[in-house]
Design a protein around this ligand. Structure first.
Ligand code: NAP
Ligand code: MG
Length: 524
């Protein structure tokens, strides 16, 4: 595997060893699944009175793990442990923190097959996407370590003020805030827990992690990597349970000094408001939803556009914040592009995501599955037509899990609310536009601004980058029209309702978000 670097853009020509490693890991996990896992507070396994079974969306008969239904008391205990560990961790030299975090990232890489297999079973991601999520996590942590080193621990000598008769030394230092809360979503449970956690920890904060209930198991396996790397007890605490109770107790606690929340707009906005009810303002980094457009010009390479749109519309069953959910096509190439999209989408293989040839697994849970049916019904009633899909899959394995067809919708009037609302499912609407200016107007006329894609001439791409309101933008990219960002290459974050910090994860400006500045003036 030495010459192969897994990213979302290279996953399409994977070496054979990778598949053998993954297959063996799936087999091993299936033999041992169903074990009970605790929460981890101050280095101790903590059990709750109530447990829940973590079922696979691939086949709901499979119980992957038994997890703890934690409550407000566990939230307080985890925060207290993080508080107690803060003085020690924040005064650990940053070089030592970097060393421990690099060790955690390398353990993630060592365990990539086992973790990837667990991911495929718990999230329903295909194998390459699963391995990608795990590798991305290691790379995000390495990137935070690299940033800390490159910036020499963020200790900066400032100018000397011209004092007559005295000499002053002025130093700017960035210091950690304290106890940091990371709340993560189900769709990239590894990268979107591990990335923010890595940054918070390198910066010297201590942590409480609360994963999505659908993906509690895989995040516990991530926490094990932090623990096994030798990060001291109490620095990383892990609690599981419902967002509405345990999660809310964390958000409402005055013991939280900063938050990174990745998830839906509605939950994130509520968290922002609740978190604001304090004696002073504390940092909250929100990474929220998307309604990502792709604009296709009459000058586009339609083959590239087709591949890029298909990958971004239906990768991970459309459950990416970066999914291509709206396609806006210039009149003169509309018919040809639509025909190509139909042809290619119908060739995608839907099935057990651990199998090599499967492109699409199930959606995450029953509620998403029901949403899919309801949205299709709304499309029908709203005058839309199904170019592909429009139904859930039935028969055999499909009756055991939450499988939906890849659905392209045409002819839905631009006034319909589904042109603006994030569905988070394999449903993408395609619309015909008279010209590129009309396309841009529609593209920007949403509450979100996460990712966007464009296919057209070189001259048009400059126009696109200038006009589009989004944090991550791609032109003429067959590897994905709107998806497939990788740390260090495409730092990831959104504008408008898609994100609060204006700085992208896995990029130059991210790590400082986890620290506050102190100026130290000493007069001799
Ligand atoms: P979600 O339903 O908003 O849940 C996200 C997390 O918040 C889960 O851990 C959830 O726990 C927790 N939560 C729910 N209510 C809470 C509360 N009152 N207080 C504290 N925590 C609470 O999102 P999701 O369905 O997991 O993920 C999909 C969404 O994430 C989409 O909107 C997608 O666009 C967005 N997303 C954004 C990015 C980005 O980088 N911008 C990346 C990935 C995903 P429970 O599971 O226990 O409810
Ligand atoms: Mg959810």
């Amino acid at each position: 595997m030495a010459d192969f670097k897994l990213t979302y853009a290279t996953m399409f020509n994977s070496p054979e060893e990778l598949h053998t490693g993954f297959d063996q890991a799936v087999e091993k996990i299936k033999k041992n699944m169903g074990q009970e896992y605790g929460m981890l507070i101050n280095g101790q396994e903590v059990k709750a009175d109530v447990k829940f079974d973590d079922h696979s969306p691939v086949n709901t008969d499979w119980v992957l793990a038994k997890m703890q239904k934690g409550n407000a008391k566990h939230a307080q205990e985890a925060l207290a442990a993080a508080r107690a560990a803060f003085p020690g961790w924040s005064h650990t030299p940053w070089q030592k923190r970097v060393e421990l975090l690099r060790k955690a990232a390398s353990l993630i890489e060592e365990r990539i097959f086992e973790l990837g297999a667990a991911m495929a079973l718990e999230v329903g991601k295909n194998r390459m996407e699963s391995l990608g999520d795990v590798q991305e996590t290691a790379d995000l942590i390495y990137y935070s370590c690299y940033q800390m080193e490159k910036n020499n621990g963020y200790i900066v000598e400032m100018g000397k003020d011209p004092l007559v008769g005295y000499e002053a030394r002025n130093v700017s230092v960035l210091r950690p805030y304290g106890v940091w809360l990371v709340v993560s979503p189900f769709n990239f449970p590894f990268a979107l827990t591990g990335g923010p956690s890595g940054a918070a920890l390198v910066a010297g904060n201590t942590l409480v992690i609360k994963p999505a209930t659908d993906t509690a198991w895989i995040v516990r396996l991530l926490v094990d990597c932090f623990r096994d790397a030798g990060i001291p007890d109490g620095v990383v605490n892990f609690v599981t349970g419902p967002g509405s109770t345990l999660g809310q107790a964390l958000v409402d606690s005055p013991e939280v000094d900063g938050v990174t929340f990745t998830g839906s707009f509605d939950v994130g906005m509520k968290m922002f408001q609740d978190f604001g009810k304090r004696n002073y303002v504390r940092p909250i980094i929100l990474e929220l939803g998307g309604k990502n457009p792709v604009i296709v010009s009459k000058n586009a390479d339609l083959e590239r556009a087709t591949i890029g749109i298909i990958r971004s519309a239906f990768g991970l069953q459309g459950q990416k914040c970066s999914a291509a959910s709206r396609v806006l096509v210039e009149d003169s190439v509309y018919d040809e592009l639509v025909a190509r999209l139909k042809d290619t989408a119908e060739k995608l293989v839907i099935g057990d995501p651990t199998e090599k040839n499967t492109y699409n697994g199930p959606v995450i849970n029953k509620s998403s599955y029901n949403d899919f049916k309801n949205f299709c019904e709304e499309v029908n009633q709203g005058g839309g037509k199904f170019l592909t899909g429009g139904h859930v899959k039935t028969g055999g394995l499909f009756d055991k899990g939450y499988y939906c067809e890849n659905t392209f919708v045409t002819d839905l009037p631009f006034t319909h609310h589904l042109w603006k609302e994030e569905m988070f499912l394999p449903i993408t609407t395609i619309g015909k536009v008279k010209n590129l200016d009309d396309a841009m107007k529609i593209a920007n006329d949403v509450n979100y601004g996460l990712t966007a894609g464009f296919y057209g001439s070189a001259e048009e791409t400059e126009w696109f980058f200038d006009k589009i309101e989004a944090g991550v933008t791609y032109a003429n990219r067959p590897q994905g029209a709107t998806t497939g960002a990788w740390p260090g290459f495409q730092p990831f974050g959104g504008w408008k309702g898609s994100g609060s910090s204006g700085k992208n994860a896995g990029g130059h400006y991210y790590l400082p978000l986890y620290m506050h500045e102190q100026i130290r003036t000493l007069v001799k």
